[in-house]
Design a protein around this ligand. Sequence first.
Ligand code: SDX
Length: 350
Amino acid sequence: MSQKGLANVTAGETALCKLGGKSEELYYRGYNACKLADKYSFEAVAFLLLKGHVPSDDEISAYTEELVLLTDIPFDVEKTLRGLPEDANAMDVLRTGVSLLGIFEPENDDYHGLVIANRLMVLLPRFLAIWRGKSVPKNASIAEAVCIACCDSDVDDVFVDAMNQSLILYAEHEFNASTFAARVTSATLSDMYSAICSAIGTLRGPLHGGANEQALYLIKSFDNIASVEEGIKQKLINKEKLMGFGHRVYKTKDPRSHKLYSILDSLPHTDLFDIAKEIERIMMDEKQLISNVDFYTAVLYEQMNIKPNLFVAIFVFGRIIGWSAHVLEQRANNRLIRPLAEYIGPDPID
Ligand code: SDX
């Protein structure tokens, strides 16, 4: 008997991430992800996921210097990105950038895995910046690079810190759809670029990564708190799927949503946050549905003056680390991923 959507099916092993269970907390290699977000840079969490331990001060200094050397972009890649239409989908821009880089810097025995993962972590925000006619300094941190690429206002330290925390919260999440797509691609011994393109294409869908943009439109559809309860109840009566709510694994809370709520609480107040809180209250009361990571990131990125069509790209800038770490883990103990299907078609026909 097949499980629709592979719900509750254990499809493999990982040492990278644990989520759900009784506590419904999120752990990266045993460390609580929300606590990592309090103390560490995104680069330090990338080091933990990719190399297996929290870096020492010397190690993180050396790693940061190594990343600065990876910021150059091949001329032809930059030229193509500049020429892409302004109204292109940001996910298509990123997927194209990864594909192009794979043509000019193909993976081989000398240039593989971890180096490409670091290169993509550094270049993906810069790809988006180039497409938007912006430029990122070589020594910018990943969070600074994302803010420069995406924010349409001056970048300040408070927002860079909030971005750093949101990237850590997006970084890794076990066998979610886009990560599993990357593992399936890697299990055929395909290259890192193809695995990341599979992941970007998968994350593009609104049931997975594209929900944060739709969540903002939902929140902004209400002018005031008083109109929220009736509006949400009507949407539920109409059987609408409200983006930013529900999760296949978490049932009582998404710890990342709670963390994002506290980050927003520490920022200047906005009416949008109040409306979002009211929507969350009603969704829990009426459908026992939790807000997921895409709900409050929508409120945070709106407050950072980021256009909604760029929200899912930020998900990529964080999750590139999880995807890459899973590709490396799959390669280290590989077997082709090929499940069975339950046949429901016609009997053999002469
Ligand atoms: C992430 O997998 C991961 O780890 C993902 C992620 C990650 O970090 O990679 O955590 C990323 O969490 C963002 C998810 C962003 N997507 C959305 O917010 C889209 C809206 N959410 C739903 O589509 C849904 O909740 C899913 C896709 C997230 C989960 O889908 P499931 O587990 O297949 O649940 P389901 O669709 O079978 O729903 C079960 C019930 C249904 O009611 P009934 O038909 O049984 O009466 O709950 C209802 C659904 O109608 N329901 C919703 C709802 N989500 C579930 N009803 C209204 N709005 C919703 N959002």
